[in-house]
Unconditional design. Structure first.
Length: 254
């Protein structure tokens, strides 16, 4: 009997040690990845300050000067870089890439090294030079709060009210987007959401978004128009099986 108890005690300790090791490895790798991304950010914004004044009060011009954003240096590091995403008041400030598929950057960072945090990436089917495009950016949400973890804040209307603007640098141009909707759904319910990317599918998309309203967390009061430039931030969501959290935004007038 004592031998059996000793065996299970040893097994229990080994399981605890193994789980602890895996957890420690996870956070160690996450910390190392964030240090790398911090270094990339210092290259992208060498002065450490971003221009936030877009003109005179009331001016809706949303294409700001390049300010201190150094897109050319990012291209030297990774030629697949297409810009930078930032949400003021959060830790979301990362380079964005566009690969040949929607798989590689799930497990590789901006330096193309294997990393559990991956890299924010635009759907490979998107045409960033097209008009009336629905651009989708995918990213993990990490347990240490990095990458798209803080998008969970948008489940609460108070968070939306304080963080309703998204800054998206596309190549060397800076654009501002207004959050229009926040959806909590799953892969089955939202499977068609990711197929409406181009101008020719916009009217179908507008109809589809009416169906998606049942998964919307609250009304933002922001109305979408058929000719809007749209941006979606998509990540996994863990309150349901194969959950999805989607933050949809429209570009402000140029």
């Amino acid at each position: 009997m004592k031998k059996i108890e000793s065996f299970f005690l040893t097994l229990f300790i080994l399981v605890i040690l193994l789980c602890g090791k895996r957890l420690w490895d996870y956070y160690r790798q996450s910390e190392e990845s964030q240090e790398k991304y911090q270094q990339v950010e210092e290259i992208a914004f060498p002065s450490g300050e971003e221009e936030t004044d877009l003109g005179e009060p009331g001016n809706t011009n949303t294409i700001a000067p390049k300010d201190d954003y150094d897109y050319s240096s990012l291209l030297q590091i990774n030629p697949e870089c297409i810009g930078w995403l930032k949400i003021e008041g959060t830790d979301i400030s990362y380079p964005v890439v566009q690969g040949r598929d929607n798989s590689f950057y799930l497990s590789h960072d901006f330096l193309k090294k294997r990393a559990i945090c991956g890299c924010l990436f635009v759907d490979f089917r998107n045409d960033l030079s097209a008009k009336e495009e629905h651009v989708i950016i995918y990213g993990h949400q990490m347990k240490d709060g990095s990458m798209f973890k803080q998008l969970n804040g948008y489940k609460k209307e108070d968070f939306f009210l304080q963080h309703n603007r998204i800054t998206f640098y596309i190549k060397s141009k800076k654009y501002q987007y207004m959050v229009a909707a926040v959806f909590v759904t799953n892969a089955e319910q939202s499977r068609d959401y990711y197929n409406y990317l181009h101008k020719e599918t916009r009217m179908e998309q507008m109809e589809y978004l009416k169906e998606m309203e049942k998964y919307q967390q609250y009304s933002t009061g922001v109305k979408l128009e058929p000719d809007d430039e749209l941006l979606s931030l998509s990540t996994c969501e863990y309150s349901s099986r194969n959950g999805r959290l989607i933050v949809l935004a429209r570009r402000l007038n140029e």
